[in-house]
Design a protein around this ligand. Structure first.
Ligand code: ATP
Ligand code: MG
Length: 571
């Protein structure tokens, strides 16, 4: 399971782990964790972290914990907790018995804070939040010590216990580590480690009214669980000295190693729960699992496979420098996967009627179609054929431009798996001149799609039989934003939502598809020949066929890769 089905490339974290194992560190164990905050659903950026943490643990026969980083009671919700587990499982990973919550450690964290106070490494500070900010200094100026810094151990303990017991208002006091107000790293300027918050926590209810900060809770949670390698994104690099400081001061069971890697940034979307939640709450999208969303649930609903996401995460690699990944790369991964295993079917998204004038009215027949030319073991199926068909409106031109090889007056084309047909007439609405029907003759000797006299046609088009086909709704999706980095102008007060792509969802409601699609389970994926890969939407029931386009057929990434290979080869 997990990343084992993906060919693995090496990366600097894997190298560190291998060296640690060779040096006999951590009793030869590899224990990682994935620590989401349950304040929203996971996105593809989290998938990178999940694949990395679980992937390495599996590879080195270790284990990976799923730990909710639930130290902020005002933003977290139980419903997210459940969905996050579903997302991780869907990606193909299993934490076994190792499901944890930072909130399980609140008592330990409190006790460790008391330990710090007793060793004169922490104090209760009564400056206002605004004063604390001001005293902290800037990148160029040192901070200023709090006037409460030299409180006695006894006074600190008394105040801290009373903070816990609910004797004070929010913001009246905080507990701070006593490190160094002139440290060049601002994170070391007496950071806050406990604050008062009167809010109901999703697990501890109102038992606690003081909550640890991320920096204090995270390193201790890692140590309590015996994590060997604590992998996090680059923004925590400046927090590492603090991570190490806490663990050095405290009698914790072990001292995990924090290693940072660059987060995934994907073009034309946003990877931040804080922003995604606004798209959901302000109605820009139809929920967290809207197929346009870069959330795991959105990708799942759109029709992405867990395998394609894992191979994408492997392909992007793990490094130390931030980069913006092209959406084409994610699309390449799903095409590569579905090309091998998706059944090909025919569906007409924008239908126009074709009547075969020399085909008998009452007749019908079943033609054999190949399910997947990439995998002939997937067999064949019978597709119904009759006198009246639908083809794609843009597969016909009255006045064809050069190099247009599809149907046109007097022109012969192949109907996939069926016959050669020739356009003999066009029926139009008298007033609007709109084409109502294309009349063709068919050549009975070309059954199956080849002519006995060796006559060639340049175009092959797909079709469905009007009498047999089913009506369907098809939803086409495009990128969520109109610019590659929608947050680029936030500093100038231009909200990322102003770059929302109003054409990101297009609904086609009168598509006609071959009858075999009726029996598909919701969630099943297939290819509409010449159109792309699609999946049956979850909301689609027996009476209503709804298909989501996962991705079109054109693969720009494959071309980019080929070009890169060629230019590398030339060097
Ligand atoms: P967001 O900004 O979306 O809320 P976060 O980092 O605050 O992200 P967490 O729930 O705290 O979200 O993240 C859990 C783990 O996932 C962390 O270890 C974090 O480093 C990692 N992570 C989050 N976003 C990305 C990303 N874009 N690429 C790689 N890893 C990520
Ligand atoms: Mg976070």
């Amino acid at each position: 399971m997990g990343s084992k089905d993906v060919s693995v490339r090496s990366n600097f974290i894997r190298n560190i782990i291998q060296e640690d194992l060779q040096a006999g560190k951590n009793q030869g164990q590899v224990i990682t964790r994935f620590p989401p905050e349950p304040n929203g659903l996971l996105h593809i950026g989290h998938a990178k972290s999940i694949c990395l943490n679980f992937g390495l643990a599996y590879e080195f026969s270790g284990r990976c914990h799923l730990r909710y980083d639930d130290t902020n009671p005002t933003k977290e919700e139980e419903s997210y907790v459940k969905s996050i587990q579903d997302n991780v499982k869907w990606l193909g990973y299993d934490w076994g018995e190792h499901l944890y919550y930072a909130s399980d450690y609140f008592q330990h964290l409190f006790d460790y804070a008391v330990y710090l106070i007793k060793s004169q490494k922490a104090y209760v500070c009564s400056l206002t939040p605004e004063e604390i900010r001001r005293y902290r200094g800037t990148l160029t100026e040192p901070g200023q010590e709090s006037p409460y810094r030299e409180r006695s151990v006894a006074e600190n303990l008394d105040l801290f216990y009373r903070m816990r017991d609910g004797h004070f208002q929010e913001g009246e006091h905080v507990l701070r580590a006593k490190i160094d107000m002139s440290a060049s790293n601002i994170n070391l300027r007496d950071p806050v480690i406990f604050r008062i918050v009167y809010a109901k926590h999703h697990r501890t209810g109102t038992t606690w009214c003081i909550f640890p900060t991320y920096d204090f809770a995270h390193c201790i949670s890692d140590a309590l669980e015996g994590i060997t390698h604590s992998l996090c994104s680059l923004e925590f690099e400046d927090h590492r000295p603090l991570y190490d400081w806490f663990l050095d001061q405290l009698p914790v069971p072990c001292h995990p190693q924090q290693i940072e890697f660059a987060r995934l940034n994907l073009a034309y979307t946003v990877l931040s729960k804080r922003r995604l939640i606004r798209l959901v709450n302000e109605g820009y999208v139809d929920g967290w699992d809207d197929p346009r969303m870069p959330t795991i649930s959105g990708l799942q609903r759109r029709g992405f496979t867990p395998e394609s996401i894992r191979s994408f995460c492997e392909r992007i690699g793990v490094g130390k420098s931030e980069s913006l990944v092209d959406m084409a790369m994610l699309e390449h991964s799903i095409r590569e996967d579905l090309n091998k295993r998706a059944t090909r079917v025919m569906g007409v998204l924008d239908p126009i009627k074709v009547v075969l004038v020399n085909y008998p009215e009452a007749e019908e027949e079943y033609l054999e179609a190949i399910n997947n030319p990439e995998d002939l073991s997937m067999g064949t199926r019978k597709v119904p054929f009759s006198r009246t068909l639908y083809i794609e409106r843009n597969d016909f031109r009255e006045d064809p431009p050069k190099k247009y090889f599809r149907l046109a007056p007097g022109r012969e084309v192949r109907l996939r798996y069926a016959y050669y047909i020739t356009c003999v007439d066009v029926v139009k609405d008298k007033t609007t001149q709109e084409i109502l029907e294309i009349q063709c003759t068919y050549d009975p000797s070309t059954r199956g799609g080849d002519s006995p006299d060796g006559r060639k046609v340049k175009g092959t088009i797909h079709w469905v039989s009007a009498k047999h086909c089913c009506q369907a709704e098809v939803r086409l999706y495009d990128r969520l934003f109109t610019v590659s980095d929608p947050t680029k102008d936030e500093k100038r007060d231009i909200d990322f939502k102003s770059y929302f792509n109003p054409d990101s969802k297009q609904v086609l409601s009168s598509c006609q598809v071959e009858p075999s699609l009726k029996g598909l389970e919701p969630g099943s994926r297939f290819q509409f020949e010449r159109q792309g890969y699609f999946c049956r939407d979850e909301s689609s029931d027996g009476n209503r066929l709804i298909f989501n386009r996962i991705v079109g057929l054109r693969d720009t990434w494959a071309k980019i890769e080929k070009r890169q290979d060629m230019s590398q080869g030339a060097k």
